[in-house]
Structure formats: C-alpha cells, structure tokens
Ligand binder design. Structure first.
Ligand code: HEC
Length: 165
C-alpha cells in the first residue's frame, strides 16, 4: 500500500487547486435567465478597465477603484463570496427574485424608480449603509449593510441614474 499516501496527497492537491479555481472563476446568474455576474472571490484582482466607471464597478463587483468596500449581513452565500448590487438587484437594477440557497425578492433600484418611491440621494445612501427604507424602517437582512466612502456612494448612485427604470 505504498501508493496510498502519494495518491491521497495528489487528490488533496487537485481538490485545493479546484477550490482556488472555483473562488476565482465562479459565476452565478443574479437572476434566472439573465446575464451572469462575476463574484468577487477572495483576492480577486480589481477588474480595472472592464468597467467604464467606478460606480459601474461597484454595482457589478462590490469593489471600488478608490477604497476598500466591505459589507456585513446579506444571505449566507453573499457573506461567503461577496459580490455587487447586480448579484441581487440584477444587472439592469430592476430587481427580481434571487434564487440562491433560498429565495427572496430584491427591489428595483434604478434611480428614477427610487425617486418615485420617495428616496433622495441621502436616503439612498442611508439605505445602502444602514439598511433603512425611505421612511426609516429597517430593510430585511438580505440587503447587506455596506461600508463605503461618500465618494463611492456618489459614484454608485451616479451609476443607478444611468439605468432605465
Ligand atoms: C445580497 C443581496 C443584495 C445585495 C448584494 C444588494 N442588495 Fe440592496 N436590497 C436587497 C434586498 C433584499 C432589499 C429589500 C429589503 C427589504 O425590502 O426589506 C434591498 C434594498 C435596497 C434598497 C432600498 C430599495 C427600496 O425600494 O426599499 C436600496 C437603495 C438598495 N438595496 C441598494 C443597493 C445597492 C446600491 C447595492 C450595492 C452596493 C445593493 N443594494 C446590494 C438585497 C441586496
């Protein structure tokens, strides 16, 4: 049985390589049938250049070219992999059902739609950072609480303005 240990070691190595690969290259559909959005795996380098603005990068990846962005809360898979607004609110920001280890609905966060509901820029920032709706009520814990600079908040709001409601 002298081959047993080397074989076991090789299998473990193959498994580790697979895990690393999964972390860097895993993709998940943010909504069934929609464009696939890359997860921000641990240590994933910024995809600078793939986005036309910092706000767009935050929206799709939850990372900023300016500062470190962190988030607390959100569903379990989000805590494991991170991700951007698009992972829940969809690549078009119009929301929908998120089906990933359970199911919940994310609202439309296109800028015009948020204005219609009674949000303004400060209230949008409060929703993003403190998880409060336009009236001050607490949003569900499926919406992560984001820690990002005011500049990053402005950038992501500017991006929401470019989305069709
Ligand atoms: C893991 C899923 C998830 C991610 C990622 C996420 N959200 Fe949300 N968000 C939600 C859910 C779910 C709600 C609704 C919570 C509720 O109704 O109680 C919500 C609510 C909101 C609201 C309030 C909208 C309203 O009509 O009440 C805003 C604004 C918002 N999100 C912006 C963002 C932005 C900007 C990002 C990215 C920086 C983001 N969200 C990332 C799940 C997510």
């Amino acid at each position: 049985m002298r081959w047993l240990l080397p074989t076991a070691i090789i299998l473990i190595l193959v498994g580790l390589v697979g895990l690393v690969f999964f972390n860097y290259f895993s993709f998940t559909p943010s909504q069934p049938g929609n464009v696939r959005v890359p997860f921000r795996g641990p240590g994933t380098p910024f995809r600078s250049g793939s986005f036309t603005s910092n706000g767009e990068q935050i929206f799709f990846t939850g990372t900023s070219t300016r500062d470190t962005i962190t988030a607390t809360g959100g569903p379990f898979w989000f805590q494991m992999h991170d991700g951007g607004c698009a992972n829940c609110h969809g690549p078009d920001g119009r929301g929908g059902t998120v089906a990933m280890m359970g199911r919940f609905t994310a609202p439309n966060i296109t800028y015009k739609e948020l204005l219609k509901e009674g949000f303004n820029n400060d209230l949008i920032k409060r929703a993003i950072t403190r998880g409060q709706d336009e009236k001050g009520g607490s949003l569900s814990s499926n919406m992560p609480r984001w820690h990002m600079s005011d500049q990053d908040l402005n950038d992501v709001i500017d991006y929401l303005k470019t989305l069709e409601p």
